[in-house]
Design a binder for this molecule. Structure first.
Ligand code: GLC
Ligand code: GLC
Length: 811
């Protein structure tokens, strides 16, 4: 069952039934200021950091789900309704929620009144605009009462929902003209406040939640709205809100527009006050003036559209398959930008108070957006690298506001450092900018310990070399990408974290996932060294990579697949000898991509085993059979019920590793089959089961051993976005930036006749047409560049600001 449809021309998903199987959300904002918005108006806003600078309140895991947000109430005679359906839930005559590229537009109608609410954050602006248009489509004049509503958070989102003994006393507001100012804690240690305005004289307002709603009511039936007038309440403590009340006369066919703005202001310490206890409103008024007319709003909205035209214009495909085109051209790229902005902090599954920027996550996310925003990617790489230590280890996370490593969580996730080689080499291949290697980048954020960025890569490489176990395989540390494979944890205390507890700090537990990863990014490190003339460095590194390959062949092969690990006791994990967890996806992916034993058929065997043991209708599960009891020596992985999350769930992030591996051995049909199984546009028809948005990837789909296979959770913020984009564009469609050009090596379903791929690369436009006359999956007969045949698979760097015509014939 579907709850809407794609509108590709407008790059929108159009939800036409508000009762989606879960809230289907969108993100507004592209730089510092962000909002989450559900298809019924739920969500919240923050500045830079969802934990420390939360503007509006949101209650996660609420009953009913997704109650609370930015709402409009329309009272038209005795009917009260909301353009987003919630919170009032009056049946609407029509409802449409269009989620677009960082905007959301509601369009609904009831009893001859049409309402449209466009929400977006203008570029470079610290405020969200809501443009609401009301149109009388009936034949008689109407008097409408419009109420706006937001609820302020007291800035620190975690404190806001826990420290009530204090917080119920601190709330402070001011109201002047049509603007409601939220100034809690402004007088002491905060130099920032928020405001909510409208470009129209108001008939009333409320700033105290209980006065507006009534202590025993819900958001669906606020007293003020039911009674048809606001209370002009001023909040003193308790819960400050902002609600405007406007009476509107509309003749038949008449339409009126209003511009609401939720803004955020920072002032200098010595410029905080207008007069005693009265905040300096000048900067707020300047912000409001920027968008006090519909024309100004429309101009900013068009700028935003152009911004996205530009970002999405860099890669564009025509494959003949709409579901594929809309993912590659629109939604997958969009999701990659959202993960750039949010990392894993704020979604409807991540509460915004839990996690900062992950070291491994942010490096991997980068491969999905580096072609869109290379300059910001460069900055991101330095932010990440600055949280590394001289020995190559690093903090697992850092907080975006401070950019400092998170000391509570610490480090020792031994895969972490290697991902820096991935992000850095991908950045250079995309841009040709080798200069970042020479930039001085601090260790542990200490500028006096800065070294050229290249040294960070070297430290990453040698961190593995210097941390090998008894089988000469990499020690796993706390976890190795799989956050739940905690082989040194040994926890029996439910109050301990699996990630930060190491009750047995051993030097025995080893990871085959890191081994494969090391061979892949070790080779990348060597290739980079050779490219920049560091041949000695390359030679030295080669020995370590060769040794690792040998170690995997000798100790890491189980006969039909790669082992997953050795546990603390030196016992095999992910072996046919095990009762449960006989085979795992991660080591099959990475050791195959590393081509370890390719010549001996190991890669093919491994991937055949994936197909036999891990593949199912909804994707590839992480391990099989799933664990059905707690294994103290394995940690969190064995805590999840079978078929969920890291225990036999389809953890979508790692499925692309298998797709990539399949392309290495030329099986395009299989690679694409795996791709379409987890790609949301192909799952739209089963939305009822899938539950989460059909336009973005989710982290996890319940696996074959789960109670409800196919049911998905944790949409939006997942490495799934970047890895799938990377797999489809660079390995299946096979257009891959390299240091000296654009390499072409598609591996596609054999029935495809070809496809078109347009790509901006190093300032030029490559218009690539791939033809597949002989219906093969892989193999190139010839490549013609601007009329001339070239004798390599790498299209050289072509002249800038020009369109180039490239024809690729497969055979
Ligand atoms: C989550 C984490 C990521 C981890 C993965 C597997 O997606 O953000 O860091 O690698 O889970 O456990
Ligand atoms: C990762 C994993 C999750 C685990 C969490 C621990 O995000 O995906 O399963 O519980 O880390 O913090």
């Amino acid at each position: 069952m579907k709850y809407g449809h794609f509108d590709d021309a407008n790059r929108e998903y159009v939800i036409t039934n508000p009762r989606t199987p879960y809230p289907w959300i969108n993100y507004l904002g592209n730089e510092d200021f962000f909002s989450l918005t559900s298809n019924t108006g739920g969500g919240y806003t923050f500045y830079k950091d969802a934990k420390f600078r939360r503007l509006t309140r949101y209650r996660y895991n609420n009953v009913p789900v997704d109650d609370g947000g930015k709402y409009f109430y329309i009272k038209d005679e005795d009917t009260i309704w909301s353009p987003g359906w919630k919170p009032v839930k009056t049946e609407l005559d029509s409802y449409e929620c269009r989620h677009g590229m960082s905007y959301t537009n509601f369009k609904s109608s009831k009893n001859g009144l049409e309402a449209e609410v466009l929400q977006f954050i203008p570029l470079g602006f610290w405020g969200e605009i809501q443009k609401i248009s009301l149109k009388n489509t009936s034949s008689k004049a109407k008097t409408i009462k419009l109420f706006s509503f937001i609820e302020f958070a007291l800035w620190n989102a975690e404190d806001d929902m826990t420290n009530f003994q204090r917080n119920f006393n601190t709330g402070e507001v001011e109201v002047e003209d049509s603007v409601i100012y939220h100034k809690t804690e402004f007088k002491e240690r905060r130099n920032h406040y928020a405001f909510y305005s409208v470009n129209e004289a108001i008939n009333g307002f409320d700033t105290d939640r209980e006065s507006f709603i009534g202590l025993y009511n819900g958001f669906d039936a606020p007293d003020a709205v039911t009674e048809g007038t606001s209370k002009n309440s001023i909040a003193h403590g308790w819960s400050p809100i902002a609600s405007h009340y406007i009476e509107i006369e509309l003749q038949p066919n008449e339409e009126k527009d209003f511009v609401f703005m939720l803004g955020y202001i920072e002032v200098d310490e010595d410029n905080k006050w207008e007069s005693k206890s009265v905040i300096n409103k000048k900067p707020a008024k300047e912000m409001i003036a920027k968008f006090d007319t519909v024309e100004k709003v429309d101009t900013a909205f068009n700028d935003l559209k152009r911004y996205w035209d530009n970002l999405l214009g860099k890669i564009n495909i025509q494959s003949g398959d709409d579901k594929l085109d809309r993912m590659v051209n629109i939604w997958n790229q969009y999701q990659c930008m959202v993960t750039f902005n949010m990392s894993r902090s704020a979604s409807f599954f991540e509460s915004g108070i839990g996690r900062g920027m992950g070291f491994r996550d942010s490096n991997q996310d980068l491969i999905g957006f580096v072609h869109q925003i290379p300059e910001r990617a460069r900055e991101r790489i330095f932010d990440i690298a600055s949280t590394q230590f001289e020995d190559g280890s690093c903090y697992h996370q850092y907080q975006p506001l401070t950019k400092k490593g998170n000391a509570i969580l610490g480090g020792d996730f031994n895969d972490d450092p290697l991902w820096l080689i991935l992000s850095t080499t991908e950045y250079i291949k995309e841009t040709g900018d080798f200069s970042l290697l020479d930039e001085l980048v601090p260790f542990d954020n200490d500028i006096s310990r800065a070294k050229p960025h290249f040294d960070h890569l070297k430290a990453s490489f040698y961190h593995v070399v210097n941390n090998l176990g008894p089988h000469k395989l990499p020690l796993i540390g706390r976890a190795d990408w799989n956050d739940c494979l905690n082989l040194n944890c040994f926890s029996n205390d439910p109050n301990e974290s699996f990630q930060t507890t190491g009750n047995k700090k051993g030097k025995t537990a080893e990871s085959l996932m890191i081994a494969g990863l090391f061979v892949v990014y070790g080779k990348e490190f060597i290739k980079l060294c050779k490219t920049i003339g560091k041949t000695d460095e390359a030679k030295k590194a080669q020995t370590h990579v060769d040794n690792m390959i040998e170690a995997v062949k000798e100790y890491g092969w189980d006969g039909d697949w790669y082992l997953r690990a050795y546990d603390y006791y030196g016992k095999k994990v992910g072996s046919n000898e095990n009762e449960e967890g006989k085979i795992f996806i991660e080591s099959q992916g990475w050791c195959s991509i590393a081509e370890i034993g390719l010549e001996d058929g190991m890669v093919k065997k491994s991937l055949d085993s994936v197909k036999t043991h891990l593949d199912c209708e909804f994707g590839i599960v992480l391990n099989s059979p799933a664990f059905t009891k707690y294994y103290e020596e394995y940690g969190e992985i064995s805590t999840y019920p079978a078929g969920y999350k890291e225990n036999g769930g389809i953890f979508c992030h790692n499925n692309p590793w298998i797709m990539i591996a399949e392309t290495i051995i030329g099986r395009g049909d299989q690679a694409f089959d795996y791709y379409s199984k987890i790609t949301p546009s192909y799952l739209e028809e089963i939305s009822e089961l899938h539950k989460v948005e059909p336009y973005v990837y989710c982290q996890m789909i319940a696996g074959k051993e789960a109670f409800k296979p196919g049911e998905a959770k944790n949409s939006w913020l997942s490495g799934t976005a970047s890895w799938n984009f990377y797999a489809i564009t660079q390995y299946i469609l096979g257009v891959k930036p390299d240091y000296n050009g654009l390499s072409i090596n598609p591996c596609i379903p054999s029935h495809w006749e070809g496809f078109k791929f347009t790509r901006e690369f190093r300032g030029a436009t490559y218009n690539i047409t791939v033809k597949n006359p002989n219906k093969v999956s892989k193999g190139i007969k010839e490549i013609i560049v601007n009329g001339e045949k070239i004798d390599s698979n790498i299209i050289p760097i072509l002249s800038k600001n020009k369109e180039h015509v490239i024809t690729v014939i497969m055979s």
